[in-house]
Design a protein around this ligand. Structure first.
Ligand SMILES: Nc1nc2c(ncn2[C@@H]2O[C@H](COP(=O)(O)OP(=O)(O)O)[C@@H](O)[C@H]2O)c(=O)[nH]1
Ligand SMILES: [Mg+2]
Length: 370
């Protein structure tokens, strides 16, 4: 009776097995994988035209699937993603792109939750993306953020996508940029990009947004010293967050301090004076003022042409960034280079081989001239 396909449930006592009429047919050992595979088959059946139509109709499921294609490293998916993006080209670029950086704990996610809801209530459609190079190592630090953006995530006019994981910063760069374009085609007119400011990520985000802001805390003196040199020259506004309760006087003092400091710096955007402002993301205070600042920025820079010029340069820079990323990946993935690298590295470190000679040898190996 106990053939291969039927089994007794675990709770049936072995010695009384015959008294129980219960038996079940063994299923697959990996039901979830089967389900995922089925979904994948279904997804694969979608044509480029269906993706394009779905994104343009702001079908969130199809938008999310199109983003998954963009995030995939498989050549087949990349090819399809490019066809989709090409078809969507006339519908992109019509949003305001805003980048937000700051140390962990500055309140970026809390700010985005408050700011995003404020914008949705004003009738905007808001997409929230993240550039988080650490997520590929830690397995996604944005996960905690998503729960913090609970209210915004539930809003029908908001779309939140965590940072793509894995790969080089260049890879994350491409994926985030293309995700942004898909969101624009889907009708999101405000794009918020959060970054933790690790490594080069603030340069990457500055290179894809119109307006870039730093979320700071009180105690500007300490913070300015600890902060990476140059960040202040990248931003269009410094927002002193947590200006509430006992912290408020300190926040106002910090604002003055930042303003004095900013006065001596070259502004990030020609014709725009970078200034400090205060807000309380937690209590939603100062949020409307920050939106007014951004709206003024957009008007001023569109009138002067700086807005459009920056976008054009960003496109050009993107071409070069992608070429560099491609070449770097291709170089280190080259089997000849891989074979030679550890030995040459050792020779250089032990002082037996000069750096330039080592590099020339590796490049020769890469180009097949060795
Ligand atoms: N008092 C106060 N706390 C805040 C404010 N904004 C954020 N926080 C708190 O600061 C902590 C870090 O916030 P979070 O948004 O996760 O920071 P992130 O790491 O920059 O994304 C959380 O405990 C927040 O509740 C604020 O305006 N006032
Ligand atoms: Mg966060």
């Amino acid at each position: 009776m106990n053939d291969e396909r039927t089994s007794r449930p675990e709770w049936v006592p072995r010695e009384h097995a015959d008294e129980f009429a219960t038996a079940y047919v063994k299923g697959s050992d990996e039901p979830s994988q089967t389900a995922a595979a089925k979904r994948w088959v279904k997804r694969k059946e979608r044509s480029v035209a269906e993706y394009v139509e779905g994104v343009l109709n702001n079908d969130r499921t199809i938008l999310a699937q199109a983003i998954t294609l963009v995030e995939s490293n498989a050549a087949k998916h990349m090819e399809m993603a490019q066809q989709i993006l090409n078809a969507l080209l006339p519908h992109i670029g019509k949003s305001i792109r805003i980048g937000i950086t700051g140390v962990p704990g500055a309140g970026k996610s809390t700010f985005i939750e408050a700011f995003g809801q404020f914008l949705c209530e004003k009738g905007h459609r808001v997409a929230v993306l993240a550039v988080d190079p650490s997520s590929s190592i830690t397995g996604g630090s944005i996960l905690g953020d998503k729960t913090r953006m609970e209210n915004l995530a539930r809003h029908p006019h908001a779309f939140i996508r965590p940072s793509p994981s894995g790969g080089t910063l260049g890879g994350v760069h491409r994926k985030t940029r293309e995700t942004m374009l898909l969101c624009e085609a889907a009708g999101y007119d405000i794009i918020l990009i959060e970054t933790v400011g690790v490594g080069q990520s603030e340069f990457v985000v500055r290179g894809m947004v119109d307006f870039f802001m730093l979320l700071a805390l009180t105690g500007a003196g300490d913070e300015l010293q600890g902060m990476k040199k140059g960040i202040m020259e990248l931003v269009d506004a410094v927002i002193i967050n947590k200006a509430d309760g006992d912290n408020k006087p300190k926040a106002l003092a910090a604002k003055e301090e930042y303003n004095q400091f900013l006065h001596y710096l070259r502004p990030a955007t020609p014709g725009w004076e970078t200034k400090a402002y205060t807000c309380s993301a937690l209590h939603g205070e100062g949020i409307a003022d920050i939106w007014r600042v951004i709206a003024t920025f957009v008007t001023v820079t569109k009138q002067s042409g700086v807005f459009e010029t920056r976008r054009r340069h960003q496109l050009k820079d993107w071409v070069y960034a992608m070429i560099k990323d491609y070449l770097e990946t291709s170089f280190f993935a080259n089997p000849r280079v891989k074979e030679k690298l550890p030995l040459i590295e050792n020779l250089v470190m032990s002082g037996t081989k000069a750096v330039t000679a080592a590099v020339q040898e590796l490049i020769a190996a890469y180009e097949g001239r060795d």
